[in-house]
Design a protein around this ligand. Sequence first.
Ligand code: AMP
Ligand code: MG
Length: 409
Amino acid sequence: MAEPEYPVRIGLEQALEIVGARAAQHRLPVETGDLADAQDRVLAEDMRAPHPLPPFANSAMDGFALRGGDLPAQGERTFALIGEVFAGADSAPPIGAGECVRITTGAPLPPGADTVVIKENVVVDGDSITAKAGEKLHANVRAAGEDYMEGVIAIASGTWLRAPQLAVLAALGIAHVPVRRRPRVAVIATGNELVPAGQPLAFGQIHESNAVMLASLAREAGAMVVARRCVRDDPEALREALLDAALEADVIVTSGGVSAGEADHLPRVLATVGDIHFHKVRLKPGMPTLFGQIGACLHFGLPGNPVASAVTFRVFAGFALRAMLGVTQVPKPSCARLAAPVHKRHARAELARCSLHTDEQGTQWAMPHAKQGSGMLRGLAESGALALLPADAHEFAKGDVVMLWPEYF
Ligand code: AMP
Ligand code: MG
């Protein structure tokens, strides 16, 4: 048999390099979205503060605004109460020497005032108040621009817009934001044995679970799922399904049919309709992973074993989607100590399903799940993390530090 002209059985790092380089060529176009609909979108340009935040000096507390220089160094002093200014007031009376106004949180500081004495610290008597020594100059005042100065980059390009970022943009008065178009993902599950949930199982059949899982992972990664279907292990049906999907999707994710079995047609089919960039990665689970493209559409041929499908989606497809979206935020790498020893026979990198707990000293422990089989969904459903066991290491003692695959979603 002739050697394939694409890399096979490559290491995890090389596979990620290839995926990253291809995905970078498929940066998604920029569109303008309403801020209200921009949750979980990725910002496509640096957003500078069009005005300072806060826009004007205002009170941080309910109290009395006055000139800090008038406050007594010892004993007490009486101030004339000349008015009031509440949040939303359209004007504020200027303050002269020995004068004050009643002020509420968020109200603009009157001209001349630079300090707020909280109401609990004064005695009010009709049209005057008495303040004691010990109050601080400039206390309880939020200066204009103390949060964001006008013109600074408030949210950088490539940032996921989550609740805090949306709040910053809204506070800066920005109603429309440039965001990357959501990647369109088509999910195709392959296998003659698959039956959708809700239908009875005949001999040899199983309920299909990858399509719903991969669609959910795609949405968590910021994508829009444009198709989700099941296809039989038939080269012609696969070919048609891939070509159809490539018409509407930026990324096709298939499950199954990429191993060496008689019904594993995908590598040959992909080679006829597109290009293969690599096949097989020295990774457990996920060895059979296939990556290629049809026209401008990237194709991740993930293994059918459900855990392998989930893990390789996170490692490869999720990574590609972030690159296509131009995400620049890199999550901090996190690590844990193994809560049990592990003996790894093979020379592949392994992503072990683990549950995490933190002890009273603040040490994070990763306990490998008893069910590590790549077909065992329980190990996936009951684990909160993937611990990376490097390819060239084999013996891991209890307490050894392992990297956790970063959580991106
Ligand atoms: P394959 O990669 O096609 O050889 O499939 C490997 C294993 O995963 C087999 O036991 C399949 O029955 C199972 N499998 C494949 N696709 C799915 C799916 N969509 N849902 C659940 N199990 C699947
Ligand atoms: Mg199959």
